[in-house]
Design a protein around this ligand. Structure first.
Ligand code: MUC
Ligand code: MG
Length: 395
C-alpha cells in the first residue's frame, strides 16, 4: 500500500493571494467644530487601507481615531505604521479568501492594535464580497434590517446653535434622536446646557448624553440624578473606563439606562462587564473590537447577557461607517440603534458615492463587497503626503 495522496494535495486549488497592502493618511475638514470632553475636532483623519489581491480584486478598509491620541491609545500614525511595518508583511502571499486565518495570523504576531486589525479585516471582507458577488453583511450571516436608525451628536458647544441644528435635522427627516456631549465644563454648567436643549426641543425628542469618562463617582451620582430628572434616555460612559465598580454601583442606583463605551472593546470586556452587571447597554465599535467579526462576537455576548446593543462610532468616514453598518445590520438585536453619522460630519469625502441617509436611517448598500468605492482624485487631493506623492507620480 503506497501513500494515498488526496487529489486536493496533488493539485491544490489556486486561491487568490494578497499581493500588496497600503495604508494612506487622509485629512478631511469637519462641517463645524465637534466638541467632546477630551478634544475639539476641526478635522478628521482617515487611515485608508487598500488590499490588492492576485485575482485583480481590491478591498478597502478604514480606521479613525478621535483627536489623534486624545480618545484612546491608538493614533492614525500608529495605525499606519503598524500596518506598513508589521501587518502587511505577514499577509502578502497568503490566501486572500481565508479571512479568519489571516486575522489569526495577525493575532499571533501583533498584540493590541485593534484599529489596524479592523481596517485590514474590513478590506479582506470587502474583497471577498466582491469576489463572491455578495454584500459584506451576507458574509456575516446576512442583514436582518436594510436600514439603520442613526442619531446625531449635538456638539457645537453652544446650546442655541445645537437646538437650531436639531430642529433643521428633524425637519429634513435625517435624525430624530440626539446625543449631547458633556463633561468638559463644571457639572452645573453641563446640566444647564442639557436642560436648555431639552427646553428648546421639547419633551418628545429623545436625548442621550455622553460624558466620555469625565466624572468621578460623586459627580456622577449628582449628574445622573439631574440628567434623569431632565428626561435623558441614556447616559454613556459617565466614569473612567477602568472604574467598572463605580459603573456597576451607578447602574444599580439609577433607573435610567447606563451605557458602557470606552469600557467595552471586545467580547471579553462584554463578558466581564456583564458578569459584574456594570451596564445596561454596550456601545460597540468595529475599531475598538478589532474588526467586524469581533464586533459580532461582542454582540453575541451582550445578547446572551441581556445587555442592549448600540452601534457606536469613532467618527469613521464613509468606508468605516459602511463597514460598521454591515455589522449592525447583521446583529439579531439592536435595541438602541446607531450613531453611524461620521460621514455627515465631514465637509467633503473621498468616495464616489456618499452613504445614503433617508427617513432617519442609513441605507445599507446591497451590492457586492462593502458597496463603497474610492474617488481616486479626491484621495490624491486629501492624502497627507500629497506633495511627495505627486512628485513620485510625476518623476
Ligand atoms: C463616543 O465616545 O461616543 C461618537 C459620537 C461622537 O460624537 O463621538 C463619538 C465617540
Ligand atoms: Mg461615547
Amino acid at each position: 500500500m503506497g501513500i494515498k495522496i488526496h487529489p486536493m494535495n496533488s493539485n491544490p486549488p489556486k486561491y487568490p493571494t494578497m499581493q500588496s497592502i497600503d495604508a494612506v493618511l487622509v485629512d478631511l475638514p469637519t462641517i463645524r467644530a465637534h466638541k467632546l470632553a477630551m478634544t475639539t475636532m476641526m478635522r478628521q483623519t482617515l487611515v485608508i487601507v487598500r488590499l490588492v489581491c492576485s485575482d485583480g480584486v481590491t478591498g478597502i478598509g478604514e480606521a479613525t481615531t478621535i483627536g489623534g491620541l486624545a480618545y484612546g491609545d491608538q493614533s492614525p500614525e500608529s495605525i499606519k505604521s503598524a500596518i506598513d511595518t508589521y501587518v502587511a508583511p505577514l499577509l502578502v502571499g497568503q490566501d486572500a479568501t481565508r479571512v479568519a486565518m489571516a486575522m489569526k495570523r495577525i493575532a499571533a504576531s501583533v498584540q493590541g492594535n485593534s484599529f489596524a486589525k479592523s481596517a485590514i479585516e474590513t478590506a479582506l471582507l470587502d474583497a471577498q464580497g466582491q469576489r463572491l458577488g455578495l454584500p459584506v453583511h451576507a458574509l456575516l450571516g446576512g442583514a436582518v434590517r436594510d436600514a439603520l436608525p442613526v442619531l446625531w451628536t449635538l456638539a457645537s458647544g453652544d446650546a442655541a446653535r445645537d437646538v437650531d441644528e436639531a430642529v433643521a435635522l428633524i425637519e429634513a427627516r435625517r435624525h430624530k434622536v440626539f446625543k449631547l456631549k458633556i463633561g468638559s465644563h463644571p457639572l452645573a454648567e453641563d446640566i444647564a446646557h442639557v436642560q436648555a436643549i431639552r427646553r428648546g426641543l421639547g419633551d418628545e425628542v429623545m436625548l442621550t448624553v455622553d460624558v466620555n469618562q469625565a466624572w468621578d463617582e460623586p459627580t456622577a451620582v449628582r449628574g445622573i440624578a439631574a440628567l434623569e430628572a431632565a428626561g435623558v434616555a441614556l447616559i454613556e460612559q459617565p466614569v473612567a473606563r477602568r472604574n467598572r465598580r463605580a459603573l456597576r454601583r451607578l447602574a444599580e442606583r439609577f433607573d435610567v439606562a447606563l451605557m458602557a463605551d470606552e469600557a467595552v472593546h471586545d467580547a471579553t470586556d462584554a463578558f466581564d462587564l456583564a458578569a459584574e452587571g456594570a451596564a445596561d447597554v454596550y456601545a460597540l465599535k468595529i475599531s475598538q473590537a478589532g474588526g467586524l467579526w469581533p464586533t459580532l462576537r461582542a454582540a453575541a455576548v451582550a445578547d446572551a447577557a441581556g445587555v442592549g446593543i448600540y452601534g457606536g462610532t469613532l467618527l469613521e468616514g464613509s468606508v468605516g461607517s459602511i463597514a460598521a453598518a454591515h455589522v449592525f445590520a447583521a446583529c439579531p438585536t439592536l435595541a438602541w440603534g446607531t450613531e453611524l453619522f461620521g460621514p455627515l460630519l465631514l465637509k467633503d469625502d473621498i468616495v464616489v458615492q456618499r452613504p445614503e441617509y433617508r427617513d432617519y436611517e442609513l441605507q445599507l448598500p446591497q451590492v457586492p463587497g462593502l458597496g463603497v468605492q474610492l474617488d481616486l482624485d479626491k484621495l490624491a487631493f486629501y492624502r497627507r503626503d500629497r506633495s511627495s506623492h505627486t512628485v513620485a507620480i510625476t518623476a
